[in-house]
Design a protein around this ligand. Sequence first.
Ligand code: NAP
Ligand code: F7E
Length: 346
Amino acid sequence: MEEENDMPNELEGVALAGERPRALITGITGQDGGHLAELLHEKGYEVFGLLRGQRNARREALETEFPFINIIEADLTDQTSLIEAVLTSEPKEIYNLGAVSHVGYSFRNPQLTADITAKGVLNLLEAMRVTGYSSKARFYQASTSEMFGGLDYNRPGNGYNEDSLFHPRSPYGVAKLYAHWIARNYRESYGMFISTGILFNHEGERRGLEFVTRKITNAVANIHLGKQEFVTLGDLWPKRDWGYAGDYVRGMWQMLQHDEPDDFVLATGETHSIEEFLALAFAVVGITDWKRHVRQDKQFMRPAEVDILLGDPSKAERVLGWKREVDFAGLVTRMVRHDLDLAGRS
Ligand code: NAP
Ligand code: F7E
């Protein structure tokens, strides 16, 4: 009879890790967490992923899709668990992707957003200091274009860059600005290798259905297959600089391989309205009179909106050699095709 293996899942693999570089990722169940785990695994890293909750609904999917990940149970709001996570994973690199990341949700849950998206970063940086990992591990902080705001007095011009003014327009944006500055402060104060990536919107097949791009491509697939008639959205005029998540996680890794810690914008340098996204997504399935499939509802509109985001990635291109491979049309097409495939199977 086979001996029962009651080793806690979070410790499995640690003893077998050998000399491979180790990376700890928070936000492992999210869009970027999946892309990054895959990339680091391909590069030969031992990947550790932080999973929260006593019964996380995404655990099974995570274990099935990425059996190589060493899961560590911890939460960004619980510093003791973060100290344990650092000591268990012994990381060379830490990627802090965990956050309340949905802008609309942050308006409805501002305090939770502050606890996780802002103070969670402080908790993790302190966990590194307490354990001596401030000098042993490099740290990536997931900053965001939502820190800029897109207001009249602060229009992006040829694109927001690392020196542009910040004016966040949501509890999410404000929390991320705290996170951005505390990360920079720890770099300046303690000489830690901390790089921040100011990333503009990036999407793909793993994007959550609560974000507008995936909500649209999922609906387009269902409408094409006759499973749904309308998609109900908020404002259609805001403009975003949308890239592909696979390209952006490569940039995160490049930031931590650079000689010096620094701040980098990753963006495409193009901006498109939600209307343009809709038109292109429906065109992929041959629907041109798409407006008859779209409804609007105030519940999806925000108390304060970011009108326009446009990024200037020239520093990352020049210094890191970062280059995006997927353009806007390519992004929309691959997302619709993926959702057609999924909807066709269900
Ligand atoms: P996402 O899909 O929403 O993933 C967020 C992750 O954070 C999930 O894995 C979630 O875990 C985790 N998380 C939430 N609360 C936590 C807590 N208390 N402790 C530990 N983990 C927690 O986000 P994403 O699109 O991959 O983005 C990754 C990061 O980049 C985020 O910080 C986001 O704010 C930032 N960012 C994203 C974009 C973009 O366009 N995607 C652009 C700029 C910056 P659960 O599954 O347990 O909820
Ligand atoms: O909204 C509008 C909405 O929620 C995009 C996050 O990854 O990128 C993301 O934040 C736009 C906004 O992304 C719906 O009002 C209309 O103008 O897809 P979104 P976001 O708010 O830009 C940044 C860079 C991040 O850092 C964030 O973590 O679309 N919109 N109708 C809608 N948005 C949603 N979600 N749902 C709608 O029905």
